[in-house]
Design a protein around this ligand. Sequence first.
Ligand code: ARG
Length: 586
Amino acid sequence: MSRSQTDLNLYLAEKIHAALNALSQEKGQEPQTRSITLAPPKDEKLGDLGLACFPFAKGLGTSPVDLCRELAERIPVDEVIERINPTGPFLNIRLSREALARATIEGVLLDRAPFGPFEPNGKKIVIDYSSPNIAKPFHLGHLRSTVIGAALRRLYLHTGHEVHGINHLGDWGAQFGKIIVAWREWGDEAELATNTMRHLFDIYVRYGKESQERPELDEQARVAFQNLETGEDNEERRLWEKLRSISLKAFQGPYGRLGVEFDHVTGESFYEDKMDATIQAIEEKGVATLSEGALVVDLSDEGLPPCILRKSDGTTIYATRDLAALFYRRENYSFDRLLYVVGQEQKLHFRQLKLVLQKLGWPEADQVEHVDFGLILFWDEAEKRWKKGTTRGGNAIFLDEVLDEAVEGVRKIIAEKNPDLPDKEKIAEMVGVSAIVFNDLKNERIKDVKFDWDRMLSFEGETGPYVQYAGARLASILRKAGHGNLEEGLFESNIDYSTLADADKVLLVMQEFGPTLQRALDRNEPSMVTGLMIRLAKSIHSYLREHHVLSAEEPVRSARLALVAAARRLLATGLATLGVASPQEM
Ligand code: ARG
C-alpha cells in the first residue's frame, strides 16, 4: 500500500485532483493548484467525506452544481470508493468499509505515515520555547510556552521536518546585576542547595522591596552588571556562573517530568560575544541611528517605538540579544520557519524584530512567527471570579509544586476508585503531570487556560485522565487476549476486514489523523490534535459499549482485536506528540 492508500483523505484528494485536471485540460486551462480539503458532510448518510466545489467552479467557467456532477462521472468507484454522491454543490464520497478498516489498521500497526513518522521533507524549523529567566521566577507563561513549544517540536518531528528546539534562557541582562546584589546581601548557601528556585525568587523579591528604601542598591546593581559585561573573570562572573548552573540543574527536574527536550540550550548569554558583530552588521546596512545617546533602529514610520540596539550607557538589551540570535540561527540552521512560542505580552517586541529584519532586507522576515498564547487563570474564591496569577498571590509559580499538586490530586482519586492498582505511584505521576499538559493544549492557544483542579483531574469530561483511560481500557483488552505486547502477533491470523463495518465511526476518526496534523502545523495549533484525541476516546468508549471483543466469535474476534490494537496505538502516538503519557492501566 502506498501512502495515499493508507491516508484515505490523500487517496481521495489525488483522485479528485486528477479529475479536475483532466477537466481543465479539456477546457484548455492551466492545471489546478488549489489544495483539496475534504470534510465530513453535515448528514452522515450522504457520505463520509465531501468536497465543496465552489472554489473550483469559477476558474472552470461552470457552476458548482454542474462541476460536482461532472466530477462524479469522472471518478470511478473502486476498491476504496464505494459510492460517489453529488449533492448540489458538494461532492460526497462513501468509502468501502473493508478498505477503510484495512487502510487504517494496517497503516497504524505497520507504522506508515501519517500514523507513523513521515519521510524527511528537508524543511527546517526552529522553535524557541520555554526560555525561563534564570534566578527569576518561572512564571505561568513559561509553563505554557514549555508545553506548547514541546508539542510543536514533536509534531514537526513526526511530520518529517528537521527541528531545532531551543531554550533561549534568560541568563543575561541588567537583572543579573540585581540578583548579584541580592545574593551578596541575603544569599544563603544551604537554602540555595536545597530550595534553589524558591530561594532565588525570595531574595529577588526582597531586592525589589528594599531597593525602594535603599536606592544605593540600584547603583550597586548597575555596576555589578557592567562588571559582568566586561567579560573578565571577576567576582561577578563567577557568581553568575554559579547561579546559572544551579538554576539550570533545578529546571531539569520539571523538564524531565514533563518529558520536554531541547536540541539546544543557548540562552541570552550565548550571544554575549556576538552582539558587537550583530550591531556592526546592522549599522553597515545603514538602518541604525543615534537617539539620545542610544543606538536604535527607528520604527516611527511604522508607528512603533524604536528597537534599541545599545543603550546610552553602552549596555545591550534583550532585543540586541534576540537580533544576535536571529543572525546566528539564520547562519547555522538556515530555517524555513522560526517560531517564537512566547506570551502575547511580547507582541510588540516580536513585531519590532520582524520590522528590523525587513529593513535589513532579509527574505526570512516572513518566515519568522510569534506563536503567542493566552493567560493562565485561577479561581478567586473571595472575588468569585477567574483571575490572572496564582492562588498564592503574585504570578510566580514553582513548577515542581504545581506538578506535585496535580499528582497528589490523582493519588487521592486512585485511592478512592482503584486502590489495588499496581504501580500506583508511577501512574499517579503520569496522569497528574499529563492532566496539566492536556488542560493547557485543549483549547486554541490564544484562549486563556483555567486552572481548575477538580475539572482537569477528573476522569470524566474532556480531560487528560479521560482520554488516557480510553487507552488503558484498550490495553487491558489486549492483555486479556494474551497480546501482552499489544499488537505483537496480530497479523499472524488473517484478518477479515469485512467484519469491521460496524467500527466505521472509530475508523473514520482515525483517518482524520493526517489532515489534523496538517491543520495543526498550518496554524501551529496543537489543540487540533488534542481535539482529535478527545473524539477518538469518545468513539472508542461508545464502540466498546456496543461491541464485545473478547467473547466474539472468530473471525470477528481477531478483527476487533486488531482494531483495538490500532486504536490504542494511534491514541498513544497522538498523545505522545502532545506530551501526554499513555499508562497501561489506571
Ligand atoms: N526569557 C524571556 C521571558 O521570560 C522569554 C524569551 C523568549 N524567547 C526569545 N527569543 N525572546 O520573558
